[in-house]
Design a protein around this ligand. Structure first.
Ligand code: CDP
Length: 220
């Protein structure tokens, strides 16, 4: 019998819905490991852009070449290395990448490349002594970790989310990304079955954290 239960949390939502802030607060409180899967799509996209491979040419490229994905830990966050390269947050989170990423993320070959890697991360956290994992993205509760112990879906009105991005000083075309992310054929952004859906435009992040804390407490 395990001494404690390793908790898996799937946290999904659109851009600016509050995923990162919420995930970091939960990780600090419970010593969980954090995986921001948006950074994975951004890193693959930038790697391909650096090779001058457009979204139109990506499928052919990925059929003939394989990309090696590996992980390193930075405090409680997992960092992805693509063929041994790691990109900084400022290289991945900027206006250019905000514009480009969804065109790569909608490709089935890109998603299947990340599927196996992302599914291996709960074990990565467990073997490094964390007591749980929170993985945020668009398809975590629906595709990557459909058996997660807790599924959360964050949402807020577009104006609220746009305002958050501007206050963070980030130029982000989030309505265009919303459109591509929620209408693509593979793993579209959706509220997964069984998820607790929270409107973060109506309550504070502290209250969101409290709701997740209640869910965790019910499992321990
Ligand atoms: O932080 P923000 O919510 O703005 O974006 P992100 O989480 O960094 O994700 C960037 C993009 O990656 C999204 O707009 C999606 O196109 C893609 N993505 C995805 O398709 N599936 C995920 N699980 C996570 C991100």
């Amino acid at each position: 019998m395990e001494k404690y239960k390793y908790i898996t949390i799937a946290l999904d939502g659109a851009a600016g819905s509050g995923k990162s802030t919420t995930a970091q607060a939960i990780c600090k409180k419970y010593k969980y490991i954090h995986v921001d899967t948006g950074l994975h799509y951004r890193a693959i996209s930038l790697h391909l852009l650096n090779l001058n491979i457009s979204p139109d040419d990506t499928s052919e490229y990925l059929h003939s070449s394989s990309l090696l994905l590996s992980s390193e830990l930075d405090d409680f966050s997992v960092q992805l290395f693509v063929d041994g390269n790691h990109f900084s947050k400022s290289e991945l989170r900027n206006e250019r990448m905000n514009k480009e990423v969804s065109y790569y993320a909608r490709l089935p070959e890109v998603r299947s490349l990340l599927l196996k890697y992302q599914r291996s991360l709960p074990d990565f956290g467990k073997t490094r002594g964390f007591s749980g994992i929170i993985m945020d993205g668009r398809d975590i509760g629906s595709v990557i970790l459909p058996n997660a112990d807790i599924k959360i879906f964050l949402h807020a009105d577009l104006e609220v989310r746009q305002h958050r991005r501007l206050s963070d000083g980030e130029n982000d075309s989030i309505s265009a990304r919303d459109q591509i992310d929620s209408t693509r054929k593979v793993a579209p952004l959706t509220c997964p079955d069984g998820a607790l859906s929270i409107d973060t435009g109506n309550i504070s992040i502290d209250n969101v954290v409290q709701l997740i804390t209640n869910e965790i407490a019910s499992l321990l």
